[in-house]
Design a binder for this molecule. Structure first.
Ligand SMILES: NC(=O)C1=CN([C@@H]2O[C@H](COP(=O)(O)OP(=O)(O)OC[C@H]3O[C@@H](n4cnc5c(N)ncnc54)[C@H](OP(=O)(O)O)[C@@H]3O)[C@@H](O)[C@H]2O)C=CC1
Ligand SMILES: CC(=O)N[C@@H](CCC(=O)OP(=O)(O)O)C(=O)O
Length: 350
């Protein structure tokens, strides 16, 4: 029934995260998108810029008009860059709307750490404190009692879902962790930049932001909570010539001798009942195509008995589990709905 639908507005609808929210929410049984918002193309039909939405969405893009959005929506997704979300979120919260922010603005609890990694002033500390970090499989209970969610970064989601249970259980030495992360180009957003040019990325594979990536402190913040003490990690990101997908290949030293099958069991227990994390059996490892277009995070392991080290492989679709999908999962959790509503897709394969 129409009256039972929650009304959603999407700010940043013309970006990759925003367009993915539109795609996914189109088939959500309890949500209707009532406003697609653009700061640069208000008044034009969304299908004009995105012909794949022809005859799917006939809306004109709204501008950022607080009164209009307040009157049209119950929840707002901010698919906006960092620095912008911190200006918009307080206005929507004051108006009584639920806010789910996809940017990095509210993820780091320390303003000093934010400033060090993002190179500009942090958001208001009271708002940062109010935001719940929406790593859904770990902090789902806190999400369920909040009205303001800070959605995790894409690399962070993949890395943390792959590492958190082992760190929490004390099965790996957190100081030994090395995270080797690879992303498709859509992770950089729709804006034009040189490294995303076809001729720069095609048949190319390159590392970037080494020891400077803004997801480093985000990963460390959560691993420190899991370990019960400060943790620092080595985290290196790479750009891969594909559109979607993240793979984190991660290495750590075992705290005592264990078999790969023990990790499979530990992870299956930790994620029991959480449909979006799929733990691979001993001897198989996931590939990005196996989660393409879905909210799944697939995880596999291998222990090298010669070195006493374990390798973790964790894959996600950066635009779904790494952004829009997890944002909708968080909406489901905060509305106390089944977390899988509107997100039950089979991966696109091949
Ligand atoms: N791409 C990914 O895989 C992931 C992205 N994220 C985060 O999600 C957010 C959106 O990312 P993504 O969609 O990729 O980025 P894009 O660059 O593709 O889109 C961002 C959108 O924000 C809007 N915008 C830009 N400046 C302003 C402004 N001053 N006021 C209001 N809106 C503005 C623009 O839309 P318009 O001009 O129409 O207003 C733009 O389309 C970012 O914070 C990003 O870091 C998080 C996880 C993964
Ligand atoms: C391929 C690529 O460029 N990816 C982006 C991460 C996208 C993301 O999650 O960004 P936020 O943390 O800013 O929300 C990057 O490495 O900065």
């Amino acid at each position: 029934m129409e009256s039972t639908l929650i009304r959603a507005a999407i700010v940043g609808s013309t970006g990759y995260g925003g367009v993915e929210l539109i795609r996914l929410l189109q088939s959500h049984p309890k949500v209707t998108v009532t406003s697609v918002i653009s700061s640069s193309a208000a008044g034009t039909p969304i299908a004009e810029g995105f012909p794949h939405l022809t005859e799917i969405r006939t809306d004109l893009l709204d501008g950022i008009d607080m009164d209009l959005i307040r009157s049209k929506a119950d929840v707002v997704f901010l698919a906006t860059p960092h620095g912008i979300s911190m200006k918009l979120a307080p206005q929507f919260l004051e108006a009584g709307l639920k806010v789910i922010d996809l940017s990095g603005d509210f993820r780091l609890k320390s303003g000093d750490v934010y400033k060090q990694w993002y190179k500009h002033e942090p958001a208001d500390q009271a708002l940062v404190d109010r935001a719940v970090y929406g790593l859904a499989e770990v902090y789902g209970e806190q999400v369920a009692t909040s009205d303001f969610i800070s959605n995790p970064g894409c690399f962070t989601t993949s890395a943390l879902l792959g590492l958190y249970p082992a760190v929490k259980a004390g099965w790996i030495n957190p100081d030994s962790i090395i995270i080797d992360a690879k992303s498709g180009v859509s992770g950089a957003g729709r804006g034009l930049n040189l490294s995303a040019h076809y001729s720069e990325i095609n048949e190319n594979f390159k590392a970037y932001k080494i020891n400077k990536h803004q997801h480093t402190p985000e990963i460390e913040q959560v691993l420190s909570e899991a370990a019960g003490r400060p943790v620092i990690t080595t985290f290196t990101t790479h750009l891969v010539p594909m559109t979607r997908g993240i793979m984190c290949t991660m290495y750590a030293t075992l705290t005592e001798k264990r078999a790969t099958a023990d990790f499979v069991e530990l992870y299956r227990q930790f994620y029991e009942g959480r449909k979006f994390v799929r733990v691979r059996p001993d001897g198989t490892w996931p590939a990005t195509k196996e989660v393409f277009g879905t909210n799944y995070c697939d995880i596999g392991f291998s222990i090298d008995e010669r070195t006493g080290r374990i390798t973790f492989i964790s894959v996600i679709d950066n635009l779904v589990k790494g952004a829009a999908g997890q944002a909708i999962q968080n909406l489901n959790l905060l509305m106390n709905w089944d977390e899988t509503l509107g997100l039950q897709f089979t991966p696109v394969y091949p």
